[in-house]
Ligand binder design. Sequence first.
Ligand code: IMP
Length: 428
Amino acid sequence: MPTLVVVGAQWGDEGKGKVTDYLSAEADTVVRYQGGTNAGHTVIAGGREYRLHLVPSGIVHGKVCVLGNGVVLDPQAFVRELDELAAQGCDVGRVVVSDNAHMILDYHKALDASEESGRGEQRIGTTLRGVGPAYRDKAARIGVRAGDIRYPAVLRRRLETAVAEANRALAGTGGQAFHSGALADQLLALAPRIQPLLRDTAELVNQAIDRGEKVLFEGAQGTHLDIDHGTYPYVTSSHPTAGGACIGSGVGPTRIDRVVGVAKAYTTRVGDGPFPSEELGEVGDLLRQRGAEYGTTTGRPRRCGWCDVPVLRHAALVNGLAGLCVTKLDTLSGLPRVRIVVAYEHEGRRPTGFPHDVEMLGQVRPVYEDMPGWSEDLSEVRRYEDLPGAARAYLDRVAELVGVPVVMVSVGAERGQTLPRQPLFAAR
Ligand code: IMP
């Protein structure tokens, strides 16, 4: 059963798109299991850039691409993305969507915007893509699922309930009320594009596993944005962690072979919430500028800081990580020293485990270990052994502190700028 889950080990934007694309060369099927258009996965191959929000990164290699039941699907954005990918020469004929995936509709985006502005200082810094409100409707059992487009009368009835609820919540915010009939018409106009892609994807993925095919599960966002394991309430509304791969695709945990975490060689976060290793001065600016740390989805500048071992240890714990794929190592070249946050201190004591209380996490003092930097440009390096000694020493130390081996290193955005250390899929 060669199945492999790729998760973000930090706060998202770790380079999961690039790693998934690289591993997709070997995979038969690639599955997105949570999140929606809040994600922005970039693949650069053969000098072309592909920006993906919903479609799994396996599309660039032309693999079977599954949007699982755990994904929230913005139908308009989805159709647009398919068209853009097709225009770039991708074979979109093997993309399938779960009947059970919930849809993000216009009122979810309006709710996201009005709730964020109502939060004032307490804002989460969401991507305003309607993701949280869509998952809330799912949990409240008033969501509209992709499969509902098969039954126009059912779709209209479900929309009436959901839109009435949304309009109640939006009343008094100055925005226009939504009309369920108009939304139903809009959706049914897209039905000819979406309906042919609908499948029982749990069955499809399990059958692929039964046949011994290689299935890759592509996480979106990151461990510390997980609604249960992240820095709540500064989180997204789904499960980017490895457990989410099972729930979000209908595959049992006994069928998952291995989980790897993707982590930048430093740390970034976009949106609000605690970030212990954040660098607010020169170093933060330098990392942002060299690493081009601006959001793929929203263009927002990302907050930047040093590698944070407590964050990575927590990711290793809740995901059961077998390896770390360290990305953007090249960004650290030229720094006289590189710092690693090895622990936190709070009121003179080192907390055991990762602090789940965001008040406390916002007050911890990072404890640093410094290592010599390296000046070499890494962009042409293609084998791990050819990395400068100081860069290897840095990676070895991070692996030792986290307790998880570094299994892959990335030294640039291009597909070829990848240094694998071992095969990640189990043998067939
Ligand atoms: P939402 O997912 O749009 O509700 O946003 C909730 C939080 O997750 C905000 O802090 C966002 O900035 C963050 N977030 C959501 N998606 C991503 C992502 O793909 N990369 C990085 N941060 C994200």
